[in-house]
Write a protein that binds this ligand. Structure first.
Ligand SMILES: Nc1nc2c(ncn2[C@@H]2O[C@H](COP(=O)(O)OP(=O)(O)OP(=O)(O)O)[C@@H](O)[C@H]2O)c(=O)[nH]1
Ligand SMILES: [Mg+2]
Length: 351
């Protein structure tokens, strides 16, 4: 899953990218492990030869957005279109370089990017509606062009009011049309306000209010201090707790952001606790056991007999998979069983 880091110039995008990548950053694209305490617990207990966490792919290769109310460049739009999720890093710290506005105003910057995303989509909708006028089938009730015109006629005034596509109710066909057009405001979005060190643990009332407003619009938002996060990432894990405590943090803020990204992508995790490889697998919410089997390997899905399932809470209570099995906590499920976040799986199969 591709996560594009977007924002204005010098907002701290690359600093945050390096911090979230926990020292793994290579170039501008890095596969970043999703922090998961449950996975760490399983690994510590199983002690496998190899461990494979779930990951998301962070892209720091998107050109900075034009500031001061200028529209996005075509290059920005083309790069952002390819992403599954947009992670907006907002400048909330004093920067003497101040490339676009002199005064710091994270609320303005966050809103400006949102408005530009909607305007970029509105442009596409308007162009398409103009072309559709010339379509020979646009008046034929039920034709694809007819349906598209109806849909775009409905969303146009909403976009004009500044409503992002992701906040507009759509049926399945409309969702498909929206995805085909790669509308930017339809993509899930997470916001990281890059504020000063002292504000990160204790944000201003204005930022708290904005975070609450964004949460209502299904846009998870957080405060981070990107340079501090980068420092944390450089520390040995033994030295981290004391440093985090001195900052008033329970864990690195970038961990929280990456988990929110994963969740906003609509993903949950299931585990396979093998002695050779203990693996955390990303899976779309609502997927069944057959889909989980196919995620591991197509052959395993083809030969699917049953899924042995242990819920994570039962595993934790028992202390090991063997103990959970002995305590009767394993259930045998068929292909249609809906995987729950944290399930430990073993697929019985013919292959
Ligand atoms: N004081 C302070 N400086 C920061 C903070 N975040 C980033 N910086 C500094 O701001 C400058 C720009 O940071 P980058 O992470 O390169 O920003 P960017 O958004 O990737 O910049 P471009 O890719 O050039 O658009 C660097 O000198 C950082 O060290 C912060 O929270 N506080
Ligand atoms: Mg950068």
């Amino acid at each position: 899953m591709k996560v594009a880091i977007i924002g204005y110039a010098q907002a701290g995008k690359s600093t945050f990218y390096r911090a979230a990548a926990r020292g793994l950053a290579k170039g501008e694209v890095t596969s970043v492990p999703v922090p998961d305490e449950r996975f760490d617990t399983i690994v510590a207990q199983v002690k496998p030869k190899k461990q494979t966490p779930a990951t998301v792919v962070l892209h720091d290769d998107v050109e900075a957005a034009n500031g001061a109310g200028k529209a996005f460049s075509q290059r920005f739009i083309d790069q952002a279109k390819k992403a599954d999720l947009l992670l907006h890093v907002v400048r909330g710290f004093d920067n003497p370089i101040s490339p676009y506005y002199t005064e710091i105003d994270p609320l303005r910057d966050q809103e400006n990017i949102d408005v530009e995303l909607v305007l970029a989509d509105l442009q596409i909708v308007e162009n398409r509606l103009e072309r559709l006028q010339k379509s020979p089938t646009v008046k034929q009730s039920g034709s694809p062009d007819y349906l598209e015109k109806q849909f775009f006629d409905r969303v146009k005034p909403l976009l004009e009011e500044g409503t992002p596509m992701r906040a507009i109710e759509m049926n399945d066909d409309e969702q498909t049309v929206g995805r085909n057009y790669q509308f930017l405001s339809l993509k899930p979005m997470v916001v990281a306000f890059n504020v000063s060190e002292s504000d990160a643990a204790n944000p201003s009332a204005a930022i708290k209010t904005r975070i609450a407003e964004l949460a209502k619009k299904e846009t998870p938002a957080f405060c981070v201090s990107a340079p501090i996060e980068e420092e944390i990432a450089q520390l040995d894990s033994a030295d981290q707790p004391e440093f985090l405590e001195s900052l008033g943090l329970k864990e690195p803020a970038s961990n929280v952001v990456i988990r929110a990204v994963y969740d906003a992508l609509g993903l949950i995790t299931f585990f396979t606790a093998g002695e050779n490889d203990t693996h955390a697998w990303p899976l779309r919410k609502g997927s069944n056991a057959l889909k989980a089997a196919a995620t591991i390997h197509n052959e395993i899905a083809k030969g699917f007999i049953r899924a042995e399932i242990v819920h994570y809470s039962d595993y934790l209570a028992a202390g090991s998979l063997d103990a959970a099995y002995s305590a009767g906590k394993m259930s045998l499920e068929g292909k249609e069983y809906v995987i729950q976040d944290g399930d430990l799986l073993h697929i019985r199969n013919k292959s």
